[in-house]
Design a protein around this ligand. Structure first.
Ligand SMILES: [Zn+2]
Length: 317
């Protein structure tokens, strides 16, 4: 038997249910939706989550698709899917929850006595982390922007998570930001490999769903959960990420696409006023790769307009 949160699942069975986090003002139980497929043979427990940011849709559909298409009879170990971690944010069609406006991906391990997002993070740490062996966290660039397909491998945890990162199959590896509090952090701190996979955004696309599905399936083969080859990439390019914020409001015009290589000084984006006058130019601060670009045309002062990646080196298994 496999147990996680409120679910106990026999070998060869599947189940779904909610880890309770709190009750809405109209008396409905809110929480973390879980789908579990328990294989007939022993193996690792892989958790795949999406919807930490409510406006990142492609991963949410990818999780549902992977779980629906996984046959427990052919599975070694257990697959745990969290299709939408942050349901209040999803309902708000927003990155953050309308209940407390906190960015869930900055507040782990949370606080069981705190606001809804803090309780949600604490429930994940208490009930999901101990019940899984590895975590794949699916994101997109969000409603406001689009990101190049890449893996976030938290710096300092290379020994633990590099194999998972290479199995995801993307060329670019971002060694994580300087910030903590992501869903990766408590999982890695518990000694379990955890990565974030980013792709797409701006809108929902089937091609991004398929990209996420493909990465997770390859990781499952790499972990020995399903049959088939899953040789990791020969090498990946590691990048750091710096955020460019606009000093002015205006209309965003992009001159580079996510994943595009740039030379120092290349024009990445322009912000114009309503008359077409250029108010600001965003240029590559050095040679590197454009990781994320804005898709939302409205720019307000201080908004993110570009995430730029400087090439650090390569990882080879
Ligand atoms: Zn995200």
């Amino acid at each position: 038997m496999y147990s996680i949160g409120p679910l106990t699942v026999a070998p060869g069975e599947r189940a779904e249910g909610l880890i309770p986090v709190g009750t809405s003002s109209y008396g409905v139980q809110l929480g973390i939706p879980l789908v579990v497929v328990n294989g007939t043979q022993d193996g690792p427990v892989l958790c795949v989550d999406a919807g930490v940011h409510g406006d990142e849709y492609d991963g949410q559909e990818a999780v549902r698709r992977i779980l629906a298409d996984t046959d427990p009879a052919g599975l070694r170990g257990t697959l745990v899917g969290i299709p939408c971690m942050n349901t209040p944010a999803f309902e708000a069609a927003a990155r953050t929850s309308g209940l407390d406006h906190l960015n869930l991906n900055r507040i782990f391990p949370g606080d069981a006595e705190g606001s809804y997002s803090q309780r949600l993070a604490a429930a994940f740490v208490e009930q999901v982390v101990p019940a899984v062996d590895a975590l794949v966290d699916l994101h997109t660039g969000g409603t406001f922007g689009e990101i190049a397909p890449l893996v976030i491998l938290q710096g300092g945890y290379e020994d633990l998570a590099t194999d998972l990162a290479l199995a995801a199959g993307h060329e670019l590896v971002w060694k994580g930001g300087t910030w903590g509090g992501t869903v990766r952090h408590p999982t890695l701190a518990a000694g379990k490999p955890a990565i974030t996979i980013e792709a797409g955004g701006g809108t929902y696309r089937e091609s991004t769903v398929e990209l996420h599905v493909h990465s997770v399936r390859t990781i499952m083969r790499r972990l020995g959960m399903t049959d088939g080859g899953a040789e990791p990439r020969d090498s990946c390019t590691t990048v750091s990420g710096t955020f460019a914020r606009s000093t002015t409001g205006g209309f965003y015009l992009g001159h580079a696409e996510p994943g595009e290589s740039c030379k120092e000084g290349d024009l990445i984006a322009r912000i114009t006023d309503h008359y077409g006058n250029t108010l600001e130019e965003v240029r590559a601060p050095r040679d590197g790769i454009v990781l994320w670009v804005r898709r939302m045309r409205t720019v307000r002062p201080g908004d993110e307009v570009v995430i730029f990646g400087e090439v650090q080196g390569a990882i080879r298994p």
